[in-house]
Design a protein around this ligand. Structure first.
Ligand SMILES: Cc1cc2nc3c(=O)[nH]c(=O)nc-3n(C[C@H](O)[C@H](O)[C@H](O)COP(=O)(O)OP(=O)(O)OC[C@H]3O[C@@H](n4cnc5c(N)ncnc54)[C@H](O)[C@@H]3O)c2cc1C
Length: 306
């Protein structure tokens, strides 16, 4: 019997059936995608989407720096953009285009070299531009909403779309398309302001140093686990509830930054999510505050053992 994976459109990119996703995420956990598609370029992606059965779920991922993939894997197609989507191109003296697979830090660096200030904060975010568009990524008082002119995407039918900053509907670590789940970002245009490259570089170095000192950036982590509830800092709630550095299997909230969930070795997605849920329940009981996940959890739990 054929399944939907045997009825896929002809593509130039790479399609891997039952592809384990753990290596594609910072937390290094998660089961397989039914299919992982690595498109050759934008036209290839459009052809693929146009020919794909509309009932098959599609999940784009960046470098998985904000993702917890559950142990049972992900239904449908996971799409990961590659080199063809990592072009960075200054436009005049204050605007710059970046493909969706560009690392945020690379955009910051290239903008700096071109003398475009205002994008330095991206030096501190380890994701891609696609993830930044979806998550309204930001730090140290700046976020994607402040610098994005427009975002370019393909929709589920393979049609090209352009979304203005207003149409992106940005809010705290969220964009309007995040709710719909229908768009795959292919790139975005940003605006900064002309400035001296040496000054920009110095500001980026300061951001790097601050990150190194305050976050476990060399661990298997997903960055901030919970959004800050209004009037509270999540790290402080986790810390005050006594969870900083406490092991739960091989999962733990970092001793260095109590809102960073860490896989200390061979934790499963269930260990990590279980710890997160235990902390949420404890913080609710102790302080009456609701913690919301910032990390995106996708996929299904592993089937229960017989
Ligand atoms: C050490 C560390 C520090 C971090 N610090 C920060 C920080 O300071 N500020 C901050 O905002 N975040 C931070 N993060 C979280 C993370 O880097 C951001 O959320 C980032 O924007 C995620 O990008 P990504 O490419 O890794 O996306 P992924 O984690 O792969 O995916 C995140 C979401 O974006 C969607 N997505 C990804 N690419 C696309 C695309 N092309 N089209 C459509 N949807 C897409 C996915 O479906 C998913 O819903 C940190 C993470 C780590 C590990």
């Amino acid at each position: 019997m054929t399944d939907w994976r045997d009825r896929l459109p002809a593509i130039r990119g790479k399609l891997v059936k039952d592809a384990v996703l753990a290596p594609y995420t910072w937390l290094r956990v998660g089961g397989p995608a039914e299919a992982l598609f690595l498109p050759e370029d934008e036209d290839d992606l459009a052809v693929f989407l146009r020919g794909l059965d509309p009932a098959v779920p599609v999940t784009p991922i960046g470098v998985g720096s904000n993702l917890l993939v559950r142990d049972g894997g992900v239904e449908g197609v996971v799409i990961r953009l590659g080199r063809a989507f990592a072009r960075v191109e200054p436009r005049g003296d204050s605007a710059i285009y970046a493909g969706a697979a560009t690392l945020d830090a690379m955009l910051a660096r290239e903008a700096g070299k071109a003398g475009i200030a205002g994008l330095e904060f991206y030096r501190g975010v380890p994701g891609t531009i696609g993830g930044a568009c979806m998550m309204n990524a930001g730090c140290y008082g700046s976020e994607t909403k402040d610098v994005l002119v427009e975002a370019y995407a393909l929709d589920r039918r393979g049609e090209r779309r352009t979304l203005s900053n207003a149409e992106m509907g940005f809010s705290y670590r969220k964009s309007a398309p995040a709710a719909g789940g229908d768009l795959i970002f292919t790139g975005a245009l940003f605006r900064g302001r002309p400035d001296d490259p040496a000054g920009i570089e110095a500001r980026m170095e300061a951001i790097t140093a601050r990150r190194e000192a305050s976050q476990p950036i060399r661990e298997k982590t997903g960055g901030s686990t919970f959004k800050n509830p209004p009037g509270h800092s999540s790290w402080k709630l986790v810390d005050d509830a006594g969870w900083r550095g406490r092991l739960f299997g091989q999962a733990m909230f970092s001793p260095l930054h109590a809102n960073f969930l860490i896989n200390t070795g061979e934790a499963t997605a269930a260990d990590l999510e279980g710890l997160g849920e235990a902390v949420r329940a404890d913080v609710r009981t102790k302080f009456g505050v609701e913690l919301d996940w910032e990390i995106k959890r996708i996929g299904r739990p592993a089937p229960a053992a017989a």
